[in-house]
Design a protein around this ligand. Structure first.
Ligand code: HAM
Length: 432
């Protein structure tokens, strides 16, 4: 088939019309974006390590049952679930807490406690995509496994706050509550765990008028319902707890006491924090970045016990997950600028005769740790300068016949245009 025949033209048109797009709610990341993301990951990783946490990784997909057991109806509705070729029910993970606890039950239950782990990786939820809400997104999270003291909870919240500081997020608030208080009120009023979970899902979204008939249906009186609604509105300084008592309140006060030693100013008590996931039993907390508008929750966490559901003994843990993508958006809204590190040197042979020598030089520079690239398209000197400029190379290394006669090359500062002769022996050092 010759060029320009109707057949080839048809193929061209076919390709143009049906360009394959990425799935809804997913994103591609170019080199500059990835540089930012890797930087952010690096800060989070080293901050978590600095608190004594070690990194773990689990599979991207798990048996569906792992998430169906206790994550709550919101998550289960949003799961990407399918049957594999062996007929097994498999789900892409919507979060990493259940997988990490499964890992703990399978392999890590004999390690000294507390076990402090962190993770970073993609999660999948079939949600309605919008700014800050994706179907594939990334979480950076930690789990502190095997303890339920107030100081363990404070350690986790303190780390979340420290990470926000370390990445340079200026505006954020941490709201802390205790889900045990609401759970106890609902069970004292006669709700079974299933009805209680359904009501809590409504309270999480402050959908009081949807929660009310559910509570009335199980025989709750209006004043009981009213006092639960009032409790979810208790919010403010630590002093809002002064007149309150009970085991959960004492625990919460204990957490806040330890946190006060961190000198955090943006911590608020909020007994209305419910969380979308079902497995929390104790303190619950959320971090918000107001610059994000509707999807402002950049981190959520709390204490829970899941291991007994996965065949292990009952073990209490506390953790959080940061919405990595959201936190990056919040930083960008606050004007974060990460300088894209371009090349140190772009090596250009002046003529064909110097091509092999140019490769020798770029190879020597790369071995010495210089970020270097070389002309691969046999372009003219002028076009190579343009390309070097467009990829942000700081210097061009011009490999010409005359310079090579003196065992040297010409180094051109791409910013000022200044040029100087540098001997091959001193070239690597010139860049370091
Ligand atoms: P989560 O609140 O469901 O908690 O998710 C944690 C964070 O992930 C959210 O605060 C949000 O920033 C981010 N996120 C959630 N869904 C999306 C989405 N569709 N697009 C972008 N970002 C999103 C958990 O997942 C728990 N596993 C946290 C935890 C760890 N609790 C104890 N340990």
């Amino acid at each position: 088939m010759g060029q320009g025949t109707p057949e080839t033209l048809n193929i061209d048109i076919y390709i143009a019309q049906d360009m394959i797009q990425r799935p809804r709610g997913t994103r591609d990341f170019g080199p500059e974006e990835m540089e930012k993301r890797r930087w952010l990951e690096g800060v989070m990783r080293s901050t978590a390590r600095g608190f004594g946490f070690g990194e773990v990784a689990t599979p991207t997909f798990e048996h569906t049952e792992l998430f169906a057991l206790k994550s709550g109806p919101n998550i289960v509705d949003e799961i990407y679930a399918f049957q594999d070729k062996g007929g097994r029910d498999i789900s892409l993970r919507p979060e990493l807490t259940a997988p990490v606890i499964r890992f703990f039950v399978n392999d890590l239950s004999n390690t000294p406690r507390p076990l402090k782990v962190f993770y970073i990786g993609p999660c999948f939820r079939y949600e309605r995509p919008q700014s800050g809400r994706y179907r594939e997104f990334h979480q950076f999270g930690v789990e502190l496994i095997g303890t339920k003291t107030p100081e363990s909870d404070a350690e986790v919240i303190g780390l979340a706050a420290r990470i926000m500081e370390a990445i340079g997020l200026k505006e954020f608030t941490i709201r802390i509550g205790h889900i045990g208080i609401l759970r106890k009120m609902l069970s004292d009023a006669g709700l079974d765990p299933e009805s209680s979970a359904a009501v809590l899902q409504k309270l999480d979204k402050k959908l009081y008028e949807e929660a009310r008939p559910m509570m009335q249906a199980v025989g709750m009186e209006d004043d009981q319902i009213g006092s639960i609604f009032d409790l979810t509105e208790v919010c403010g300084e630590v002093s809002v707890l002064d007149e309150m008592e009970g085991e959960a309140i004492d625990h919460l006060k204990g957490v806040l006491d330890v946190l006060s030693s961190y000198g955090l100013e943006n911590v608020q008590v909020d007994l209305g924090v419910v969380r979308g996931l079902d497995y929390y039993t104790g303190i619950v907390f959320e971090v918000e970045a107001p610059s994000l508008g509707a999807e402002k929750q950049v981190c959520g966490g709390g204490s829970y016990s899941l291991s007994e559901l996965f065949g292990g003994e009952r073990v209490f843990s506390t953790g959080f997950a940061i919405g990595f993508d959201r936190v990056l958006l919040a930083l960008e809204n606050e004007g974060l600028e990460i300088k894209f590190e371009g090349l140190d040197a772009f090596v250009i042979p002046v003529k064909d005769a110097q091509r092999i020598k140019a490769f020798e030089i770029v190879s020597m520079l790369r071995r010495s740790g210089v970020r270097a690239d070389v002309d691969l398209m046999r372009r003219s000197l002028g076009k190579n300068f343009k390309y070097a400029d467009s990829v942000g190379a700081k210097y061009a290394v011009i490999v010409g016949e005359k310079e090579l006669d003196q065992d040297s090359v010409t180094v051109r500062d791409m910013g000022s245009g200044e040029q100087k002769l540098v001997s091959l022996q001193a070239l690597a050092e010139f860049f370091i």
